[in-house]
Design a protein around this ligand. Structure first.
Ligand code: HH2
Length: 297
């Protein structure tokens, strides 16, 4: 039996009525206003696709995080493993050595919540002990099943992302018959499985996984159809920042992708997406403020 049910597809207006107004984290509840919150990215890695090597030094990573907060980041996402296409997994102990000093230094200095970008239970547990309160897992808590237990017993929030394949294989030949409906069906089943495993649904955010096992056309279709995911009643988090579909649309692989990221952010804001995961907080914040002030929302 197909998991897709085309007859029951809502209109964008109907889907938006189900837009989640808040996200419960470990120590607080985040309100999710109509203008998206910004999750600032800090990659403590030598090889991330866009900022690899810039923040591998823990002091530089902390400074970058503080800068993103000063520019208006509402959440910080700290990661010690690149998941770009064809990247290799990074052992948990190396991820911990990269991210834990950064989170330990940051936690007493910032009031915004800290998220750990990992699919390792060991890394997630260490990050939570150091002060993180969100587990951002690109494998949807399926890569390391022990992560479910970490989320359950710590009460950390989780972001569950869709990916077709693994970073090692995902860009080989991604195939969908209907990318929006298939991502929707995956997120719905993952949400049900995690709730069944004892995770509080109020703590779960969902992410369509831009760039994870998708062609440029898939990414563009998915970005245009994010509104669909509101039917699941959970906060939507989208990581569209600086990714390859922007160069594809612009027609220039070398182009700076900040303006393109802003352009897509406005479409996502209009669709009611609650959280945008971005490298460049200041331009995003300013564009969204103006978009809101001029009636764009
Ligand atoms: N994208 C990346 C990493 N983590 N998490 C979520 N929830 N959604 C995303 O789209 C997402 C993510 C990849 O981007 P980046 O961290 O900049 O690069 P790299 O994986 O090379 O470190």
């Amino acid at each position: 039996m197909s998991t897709l049910d085309h007859d029951k597809r809502p209109t964008p207006e109907e889907a938006l009525r189900n837009r989640a107004p808040s996200w419960r984290l470990r120590s607080r509840t985040l309100q999710l206003p109509r203008r998206p919150l910004l999750m600032g990215i800090v990659n403590v890695t030598p090889d991330s696709f866009s900022d690899g090597g810039q923040f591998l030094d823990p002091r530089k990573a902390v400074d970058r995080a503080l800068q993103l907060v000063a520019e208006g980041a509402d959440i910080l996402d700290i990661g010690g493993e690149s998941t770009r296409p064809y990247s290799q997994p990074v052992p948990a102990d190396l991820q911990r050595r990269r991210v834990l000093p950064v989170i330990t230094a940051l936690a007493p200095q910032v009031t915004v919540p800290i998220s750990i970008d990992t699919s390792s239970a060991e890394v997630a547990q260490g990050a939570i002990d150091a002060g993180a309160e969100i587990i951002n897992d690109v494998t949807g808590l399926a890569g390391d099943p022990a992560t479910i237990e970490v989320a359950r017993h710590t009460g950390a929030a989780v972001c569950v992302m869709h990916m077709q394949g693994t970073p090692q294989t995902m860009q080989d030949h991604p195939i969908y018959s209907d990318v929006v409906e298939e991502v929707f069906a995956y997120l719905r089943s993952r949400l049900a499985a995690l709730v069944g495993a004892g995770i509080d649904p109020q703590r779960i955010a969902l992410d369509p996984g831009v760039g994870f096992g998708k062609t440029h056309e898939h990414n563009l279709t998915l970005l245009a159809g994010c509104w669909r995911m509101h039917e699941l009643g959970r906060p939507l988090l989208v990581g569209h920042s600086r990714k390859g579909y922007i160069a594809h649309v612009i027609g220039d692989k070398e182009a700076d992708r900040t303006a393109g990221t802003v352009g897509a952010a406005l479409s996502l804001a209009r669709q009611g997406v609650q959280i945008l995961r971005v490298h460049d907080v200041r331009p995003m914040r300013e564009a969204l403020l103006l978009f809101e002030a001029t009636g764009g929302l």
